[in-house]
Write a protein that binds this ligand. Structure first.
Ligand code: PLP
Length: 285
């Protein structure tokens, strides 16, 4: 398997990361996951822009990652992933330095690691068609969820809680509001209006969410940025999680209770069709 590490493409086995790396010691770093369909990356520039946003706020010594688009393309090629679905993972940490909380005095080069993997599209299709079970959990994350940092302990624990309850995703609740999933944004249909949390420091600005917002504007689908309160869940018509890996996946049961009629809803299916069309359009451009 060919990966990218600090400026070079190499065999994965040849990668050596210092135990003093601040990614290892402090989770002091960022990551991105970009999807590719038949070798074509989906909205790579949006992912790179989000990485730059995080890097500026973390005050990393590097904030321009525009060359990552090319690196992602080479990783797909070198790993035989130009056909079918794949994902490319990027991680950037503050680099290697003697352990001390504050930034190192002699600014190290950020550590950069990237790899490409095949995506199980068949399973993805099944999940999108049938919908998933989800649970809710208290949001125990920090208050800068707009940065895609590798400090994912709260997300790991929440997703594990979901798996232990035979569910695929956990939705974080803060102050009575359902905000987003452990690796997805969250949307609901209430009174025939699609509702999702407004952008803030409490959610990640998802690329899939952004694409769906564009669809709603283009297709006149009623959309509102606002809170989805836990107390209003019983009257929700449809629910979905959206993201790079889950695309648009219906939630058909929340905390073991059916949502709507327990099947993927009308607006969810419409958005799924629009996303499919958008992916196909990217193939031919
Ligand atoms: N929210 C969180 C916490 C995530 O980890 C992710 C992503 O992967 C998303 C939302 C969805 O973002 P995107 O659509 O860019 O994958």
């Amino acid at each position: 398997k060919t990966v990218y590490f600090n400026g070079s493409f190499m065999d994965k086995e040849a990668v050596s990361i210092s135990p003093d790396d601040r990614g290892f010691l402090f989770a002091d770093g960022l990551y991105e996951v970009i999807r590719s369909y038949q070798g074509v990356l989906f909205r790579p520039k949006d992912h790179i822009a989000r990485l730059s946003h995080g890097a500026r706020h973390l005050k990393l010594s590097r904030t321009d990652f525009s060359e990552f688009v090319q690196i992602a393309q080479v990783l797909l090629e070198k790993n035989g992933l130009l056909s079918g679905d794949a994902t490319v993972y990027f991680q950037v940490t503050r680099g290697e330095a003697t352990r001390s909380h504050a930034f190192p005095l002699n600014t190290p080069e950020p550590t950069v690691y990237a790899f490409a993997s095949k995506f199980d599209a068949l399973n993805g299709e099944k999940i999108k068609a049938q919908g998933i079970n989800a649970i809710t959990v208290a949001d125990q994350r920090w208050a800068r969820c707009d940065m895609k940092t590798t400090a994912l302990t709260a997300n790991v624990l929440a997703n594990q809680a979901a798996v232990e309850q035979n569910a695929k995703e956990a939705i974080f609740i803060r102050d009575g509001v359902l905000l987003e999933g452990t690796h997805s944004n969250f949307m609901a249909v209430m009174d025939n209006v699609l509702v999702t949390a407004p952008l803030s420091n409490y959610i990640l600005g998802g690329i899939t969410r952004k694409v769906i917002v564009e669809f709603c504007e283009r297709e006149n689908i009623p959309l509102e940025f606002g809170p989805i309160f836990e107390k209003d869940v019983p009257s929700v018509q449809e629910m979905m999680v959206v993201g790079t890996t889950l695309e648009i996946t219906p939630i058909v049961k929340l905390n073991h209770s059916p949502i709507g009629d327990g099947r993927p809803g009308r607006i969810t299916k419409k958005l799924q069709a629009l996303l499919k069309g958008e992916i196909e359009r990217c193939q031919t451009n």
